[in-house]
Ligand binder design. Structure first.
Ligand code: MG
Length: 163
């Protein structure tokens, strides 16, 4: 069995707005995230993990923020497009594990919704999608409430018979 691991990391700064998108779920907050797309920093990190595991570079290469086509692009559209590229090479996602680093807003209460939404988009069972959240104990840019960072990792599998 051929297997590959990939990791992704993304950061977005807080700016104007009243909600942040994480895993396709709108979480109310006193600010939004600055972005060319909808700023779903969780999905951006996850896309990089998927693309990385398949040896396909990164999200900026496939969906450049200089391209007006991707202005306001939803996380779901980017994740679906990334998944299509990965499965197009014969890979199947085994599991994903995600860590949200945020001092604010508190995202723990939204974990079940994020997990279910990501599982739906990835066509995975719930136990193959894990979302964790942590503060940084008020240290660094996350701790100063300047933005949100997300780490993601995924495992891909390809059976020899499917190429
Ligand atoms: Mg991003």
């Amino acid at each position: 069995m051929n297997m590959r691991v990939g990791q992704g990391f993304d950061v977005h700064a807080f700016g104007e707005g009243n909600q942040v998108m994480l895993g396709g779920i709108a979480i109310p907050h006193t600010r939004g995230l600055v972005a060319h797309s909808d700023g779903d920093v969780l999905i951006h990190a996850l896309c990089d993990a998927l693309l990385g595991a398949a040896g396909l570079g990164d999200i900026g290469h496939h969906f450049p923020d200089t391209d007006p086509h991707y202005k306001g692009a939803s996380g779901e559209s980017l994740l679906t497009a990334s998944l299509d590229k990965v499965t197009g090479l014969g890979w199947r996602v085994v599991n994903v594990d995600i860590t949200v680093l945020a001092q604010v807003p508190r995202v723990a209460a939204h974990r079940p919704a994020m997990t279910a939404n990501l599982a739906r988009m990835l066509a995975l069972p719930l136990d193959a999608v894990n979302v964790k959240a942590t503060t940084t104990e008020r240290l660094g840019f996350v701790g100063r409430e300047e933005g949100i960072a997300v780490q993601a990792i995924c495992l891909l599998q390809k059976s020899p018979t499917t190429g």
